[in-house]
Design a protein around this ligand. Structure first.
Ligand code: FES
Ligand code: FE2
Length: 362
């Protein structure tokens, strides 16, 4: 894929092709914690790597490379025994730290230095009902250098609504689609939400955030139907950060809705998009049977677009990014490029986003 900014805007080209397919040394959202049952294993390919996630009988979440170092059988086909992962082929056992704990075939007197046998361990953290995984560039890195993103949530807050869909597209298109402000009236044109006739001009202030940018707190659009349900005078703040995380924080007095969207690349051309909502409004739970299908419809509409887009992309076209509506996409590519460069040059990341106002019609 090649995405360029239009020459007339004086922004030069091809940010996308310069960056590697997957960014490393970042925390990725792996899955809702409820997917991992005690004493069970679960395979998941992330960034093209086979990974086995597990939860010990004691409740501890871990992630290992899903490939037995003996003869390559996926460990996820095995089972958890006595706090270890047992390979289904010859029963070698590996601890949650990746170290080999047992080789059943060894006879009396046969010794082998087990400490030299192990599988890659990925740092994981479980918080607010979400499982995070640190995808280091260096496979021997056992500990992440920093904790995963801290969400604006009380520690005990758990997901109220989860909608997850597989997008048949590279990470970049999923992310760009997610932050694209101009497609709403065309893609999400449900009568009570938006239609192409409801287009009007918008101006929003943006500023840099940790590894991304923030649409600074503002009152949401009048026609944003769901906001009405919250009542009061809601204020919205939308934060994007690498690798592909979006937080939407809506507050009205003490009522708070926290929307979290994660794009997680499974392979070079499949991306899992997960939308999770947290809220502290008691009665909102009653609306879940209504909200779940709405979330499914919305995400499905975005998914349909990347599915259509795939047809065009087969012909490897040159694509455009125009101002101001595609500015968030341009920032994303700049952020990616800077992250990759900073890692490669072993220097601190310098956020390329500057405070600005974007104007567009949608
Ligand atoms: S392949 Fe895993 S124990 Fe032999
Ligand atoms: Fe969308």
């Amino acid at each position: 894929m090649e995405l360029t900014a239009t020459a007339t805007e004086g922004v030069t080209a091809a940010a996308a092709s310069a960056a590697p397919p997957f960014l490393r040394d970042l925390w990725y959202f792996a899955m809702p914690a409820r997917d991992l049952k005690r004493g069970r294993l679960l395979h998941k390919t992330l960034l093209g790597e086979p990974i086995v996630f597990g939860r010990t009988e004691g409740g501890e979440v871990f992630a290992l490379r899903d490939l037995c170092p003996h003869r390559g059988v996926p460990l996820s086909a095995g089972r958890i025994v006595a706090g270890t992962v047992e390979c289904p082929y010859h029963g070698w056992r590996f601890g949650p730290d990746g170290g080999c704990k047992l080789i059943p075939s060894l006879a009396e007197g046969q010794t082998i230095d087990q400490s030299r046998i192990g599988v890659r361990r990925y740092p994981t953290v479980e918080a607010n009902g979400l499982v995070w995984i640190f995808m280091a560039a260096d496979p021997s890195l056992a500990e992440a250098p920093e904790p995963p993103p801290v969400l604006a949530l009380a520690p005990q807050q758990m997901p109220r609504l989860v909608e997850r869909q597989l997008f048949p597209c590279p990470m970049d298109h999923a992310v760009v689609g997610l932050m694209d402000p101009a497609h709403g009236p065309f893609v999400h044109n449900i009568w009570w939400w938006r239609t192409p006739d409801s287009i009007h001009e918008k101006a929003k202030n943006y500023g840099p955030s940790r590894r991304g940018f923030t649409m600074l707190p503002h009152a949401p659009s009048k026609n944003a139907g769901l906001y009405k349900l919250i009542g009061g005078r809601p204020i919205t703040e939308i934060v994007f950060e690498l690798p592909g995380l979006r937080y939407e924080i809506i507050t009205a007095g003490r009522k708070k809705v926290f929307g979290f969207t994660a794009c997680t690349p499974l392979t070079a051309d499949t991306t899992e998009v997960t939308q999770i909502f947290f809220w502290n409004i008691g009665w909102a739970g009653l609306l879940r049977p209504l909200l779940q299908p709405i979330a499914r419809i919305f995400l499905g509409q975005d998914r349909r677009m990347v599915t259509l887009q795939r047809e065009g992309l087969k012909h490897d076209p040159r694509l455009m990014l125009i101002r101001d509506a595609d500015m968030p996409a341009m920032w994303y590519f700049r952020l990616k490029k800077e992250w990759a460069a900073a890692r490669a040059e072993d220097r601190p990341f310098v956020n390329p986003v500057k405070e600005t106002t974007l104007r567009w019609r949608s």
